[in-house]
Ligand binder design. Structure first.
Ligand SMILES: [Zn+2]
Length: 163
């Protein structure tokens, strides 16, 4: 979701998936996207930046971007079919930063790193990024985590609005 209308609050909900926030302080526009593994492999963050460019004339080098609290690499086990899609979406030189295979045949996947790479690919400057180190699953006493609580859970929300 994107807007340049002050007072409209964008809201997305999460419980382990990754919130992405975008602010353009020059053109006064914002964007918010929900980047679970499907959104991440489809590079929804890059799509959001492109939409801000097309609709508001945003320049990637002006944007401030953040990855919000979500599941960390150590807590995020996925199967090989998910990894196959990440191998198609990301160059091989990044694979060792993005995932590793375990003895049980499953993988651990780093959605924070993947979204950081997507920010860079979109033209956002490293000094304009904030990447969380807060995991929802590691902190499930205070944050909602689907991996901890299953369907018996609430939602965390990301909020973003222009004054
Ligand atoms: Zn964790």
């Amino acid at each position: 979701m994107i807007t340049n209308v002050p007072g409209i609050c964008l809201v997305t909900s999460y419980a382990d998936c990754v919130p992405l926030y975008f602010v353009d302080p020059v053109k006064k526009a914002i964007g918010l996207s929900h980047s679970g593994w499907r959104g991440t492999v489809g590079k929804i963050g890059k799509n959001t930046v492109q939409l801000m460019q097309e609709n508001f004339g945003s320049k990637p080098e002006d944007l401030l971007a953040a990855v919000g609290p979500s599941v960390c690499m150590d807590c995020y086990e996925v199967s090989e079919d998910v990894i196959e899609q990440f191998k198609e979406a990301f160059e091989k030189k990044y694979w060792e930063d993005l995932f590793y295979k375990k003895e049980n045949g499953k993988y651990q996947l780093n959605l924070w790193k993947a979204n950081e790479l997507i920010f860079l690919e979109s033209g956002i400057l490293p000094e304009h990024m904030a990447i969380t180190n807060v995991c929802t699953h590691c902190n499930s006493k205070i944050l909602y985590s689907h991996r901890t609580m299953g369907n018996n859970r609430g939602n965390l929300c990301a909020f973003l609005a222009l004054k």
